[in-house]
Design a protein around this ligand. Structure first.
Ligand SMILES: NC(=O)C1=CN([C@@H]2O[C@H](COP(=O)(O)OP(=O)(O)OC[C@H]3O[C@@H](n4cnc5c(N)ncnc54)[C@H](O)[C@@H]3O)[C@@H](O)[C@H]2O)[C@@H](O)CC1
Ligand SMILES: [K+]
Length: 215
C-alpha cells in the first residue's frame, strides 16, 4: 500500500486545495465521483445490474450522488436512499441532489429491502465521521452488511475510524473501497481489512506537497 495519511491531514489537504489553491469543491467532487464510477465499472467483483446508493447528507453522500448520476446516464439501473435530514445537507450535496432530481433518479426509503440490489454504494460517512454511529445510520449499515449485495465504499467504510481502524458502534463491511487521494492510516491496519475489502486509491487533484513535506 502506498503512503497513508490521518483523517486530519486529509481534511487539511482538502481545505488547502479548495481555499488556498482554488480548485472548486464541486470540481473535486465531480472528479471523485468519476474515479469511483470508473473503479466500479472495471471491478469484476461487482455486479452493477441494480445498484443502491446509501447517501449521508455530507460531502461523502455528495460523492455518492455523482456516482448515482454517472451510473444513470450510462444506462445502469440505480436508486438513492438518503439517510439523515436532507434540509441539513452540505451545500455541494444539495447541488448534487438537484442534478439527480433533474435526471429523475429514483429515491427509496428506510423500509427498502436491500436484497433486491446487486451492489450497494456506501456514501454515508467519510472523513466527517465524528462520533459513534447509531439510529437510522446504524440500522442501514447493519442491514447492508446482512444483505446479499456487494458493497463498494466511498473514501472510508462508514463507521470505521480512519485513524485507528476501530469500529465506531458499527461499520460497513465492504467488498471494495475507493479512497480519495491517500488511504487513511486506520484503513491499512490488519483489523480493518474485513471492512475495507480491496482498496483503490484515487487521485482527484488534491494537493500532495504538504504530506511529503511533513513526513
Ligand atoms: N470537501 C472536499 O474537499 C472533498 C470531500 N470529498 C468527500 O467528502 C467527504 C467528507 O465530507 P464531509 O466533511 O461533509 O463529511 P461526511 O460526509 O463524512 O459527514 C459529515 C456529516 O456527518 C455528520 N456525522 C458525523 N458523525 C456522525 C454520526 N456518528 N452520526 C450521525 N451523523 C454524523 C456530521 O455532523 C456531518 O453533518 C470525504 O470523505 C470525501 O468522500 C470529496 O468530494 C472530495 C472533495
Ligand atoms: K463511506
Amino acid at each position: 500500500m502506498s503512503e497513508t495519511i490521518s483523517v486530519e491531514e486529509s481534511r487539511q489537504l482538502d481545505n488547502k486545495t479548495i481555499n488556498e489553491i482554488g480548485i472548486p469543491s464541486m470540481v473535486l467532487m465531480e472528479r471523485a465521483g468519476l474515479k469511483i464510477y470508473e473503479d466500479m465499472i472495471h471491478n469484476d467483483d461487482l455486479d452493477l445490474s441494480n445498484t443502491l446508493i446509501l447517501a449521508g447528507t455530507g460531502n461523502n453522500g455528495g460523492d455518492g450522488l455523482v456516482v448515482a448520476r454517472l451510473l444513470s446516464t450510462h444506462g445502469y439501473k440505480v436508486s438513492i436512499l438518503t439517510v439523515g435530514n436532507p434540509d441539513h445537507a452540505s451545500d455541494d450535496h444539495k447541488k448534487q441532489q438537484h442534478i439527480c432530481d433533474y435526471y429523475e433518479i429514483p429515491k427509496v426509503f428506510l423500509n427498502e429491502r436491500f436484497d433486491n440490489y446487486t451492489t450497494l454504494v456506501d456514501a454515508l460517512f467519510g472523513s466527517g465521521l465524528s462520533r459513534n454511529v447509531g439510529g437510522d445510520f446504524a440500522t442501514v449499515i447493519d442491514k447492508a452488511n446482512a444483505s446479499d449485495a456487494k458493497i463498494h465504499a466511498i473514501d472510508i467504510p462508514s463507521g470505521l475510524n480512519g485513524d485507528t481502524g476501530e469500529v465506531m458502534g458499527t461499520a460497513i463491511e465492504a467488498t471494495s473501497t475507493s479512497t480519495i487521494a491517500y488511504a487513511k492510516e486506520g484503513m491499512v491496519k490488519a483489523a480493518a481489512k474485513p471492512y475495507t475489502g480491496k482498496i483503490f486509491v484515487d487521485d482527484i487533484g488534491i494537493y500532495k506537497g504538504l504530506v511529503a513535506e511533513t513526513k
